[in-house]
Design a protein around this ligand. Structure first.
Ligand code: V47
Length: 381
């Protein structure tokens, strides 16, 4: 829609969401109550306009059409996990015939087998909670990855894994994080947050660290100069208000400690796990989650739609609902695929560039911490 049509649509007297348009344009913070009204509206177009207005208003003019992606590679050192999250289809018990454990050498070999390894800029490293992979394993792994691939940023270990490793070693996360940072860890991924609502956690991930601890560990990383991401896993039976409260908890933490780069609303898949598929999100709800995150998070620079979870086409649509990042090449996604997502396990750099360009945006390759590597403003490579 042309800018004038957008303005006409959102500000027409009969549109109850019009007043939020002015609020967002003026840089005013949206409250919980207002967010609930926006989220519960059936006017998806107006919600998209509000989110896009929030994105545009808070982004410098020269980069407003940029959509970011990263050349990354996922490393999951084991699928053995002691936790019992009811939504997890990736986890295996130590005696399962499908359990696997990778040594440091196995990981290095796996990366070496990737033909495009020389242009990678990020390793995304997450794993199960496994007693044989403690602090020493991760220190050795990070040192080896840095030795073999010195230019690649290590984004690894969720707050849940950090808490587990610390307890395993009889240490605190305050003690463990500096050791891992020294070994090469650059930032924390956003996983393990799930839904912060205690009511839902008791149903689906009762043995996971509570929300306050997840937030505290991210705040700790921020205080040590490490940035991080945050996720919401929706589709676990949570209410719209619980989704909004989750986003607000991130906003509150960000006010205190700064370091969140990206917020990533994820949607659950239900194959091979114990969560009822009746909770599955509609496409509309996915778009509302992106939009409300952008509208509320006036202090987090980026909103990511992980194309692996919502598919390439809805990812393209999400770029009009506040999203400015689609993650990356990924290379071998295992967690959502174990649960039945039917997207590819990887996309090439050209496929990502095309996907963004066909949605009318400018593809920008970034590194983990959003330094720009290349702006694809001309013809494709
Ligand atoms: O934390 C688990 C989720 C997350 C299922 O930081 C499931 O840049 C769907 O955190 N269906 C891992 N999802 C993914 C993640 C992530 C992804 C992309 C980028 C970044 C980043 C982080 O996957 C887990 C959990 O919330 N998950 N089971 C499932 N059945």
């Amino acid at each position: 829609m042309a800018p004038s049509l957008v303005e006409d649509y959102i500000t027409r007297p009969s549109n109850p969401l019009g007043r939020y348009y002015h609020k967002i344009l003026e840089g005013e913070r949206i409250t919980r109550e207002e967010a609930v009204e926006i989220y519960n509206s059936d006017d998806l177009l107006a919600i998209g306009i509000l989110a896009d207005t929030a994105r545009i208003t808070r982004t410098p003019a020269d980069v407003r059409d940029y959509v970011y992606w990263v050349h990354n590679f996922h490393i999951n050192p084991t699928n053995i996990c002691e936790a019992n999250c009811r939504f997890c289809s990736f986890k295996k018990g130590p005696k399962s015939p499908f359990a696997y454990v990778m040594s440091v050498d196995d990981v290095i070999e796996q990366v070496n087998n990737y033909p495009m390894k020389d242009s990678l800029s990020e390793f995304h490293i997450v794993s199960g909670l496994y007693e044989k992979q403690g602090l020493e394993y991760y220190r050795d792994l990070f040192v080896a990855l840095k030795k073999n691939f010195p230019k690649v940023h290590l984004k690894g270990l969720t707050a849940v894994e950090l808490d587990y490793i610390a307890k395993l070693e009889g240490m605190t996360v305050e003690e463990v994080l500096p050791i891992l940072k020294e070994a090469g860890l650059g930032s924390l991924p956003g996983g393990g947050a799930e839904v912060f609502a205690e009511r839902v956690r008791e149903l689906v991930c009762v043995d996971k660290i509570p929300a306050q601890e997840w937030l505290r560990i991210h705040g700790l990383a921020h205080s040590m100069g490490m940035q991080s991401n945050a996720t919401l896993l929706a589709g676990l039976g949570e209410t719209p208000e619980e989704r909004i409260d989750h986003v607000l908890a991130i906003r509150e933490q960000q006010d205190k400690t700064g370091g969140f780069m990206t917020f990533i609303p994820l949607n659950c898949y239900y194959d091979n796990n114990a969560v009822d598929a009746a909770n599955a999100l509609t496409g509309v709800e996915n778009l509302k989650n992106f939009a409300i995150s952008r509208i509320l998070l006036d202090n987090v620079p980026h909103i990511k739609s992980f194309w692996i979870h919502i598919g390439e086409k809805l990812s393209q649509v999400s770029l009009n609902f506040g999203v400015d990042d689609i993650d990356g090449t990924v290379v071998q996604e295992k967690i959502a695929h174990a649960a039945g997502t039917d997207t590819s396990q990887a996309l090439t750099q050209s496929e990502l560039v095309n996907m963004i360009r066909k949605a009318g945006k400018i593809p920008v390759e970034r590194d983990t911490v959003y330094n720009i590597i290349r702006v694809y403003d001309e013809q494709l490579v």
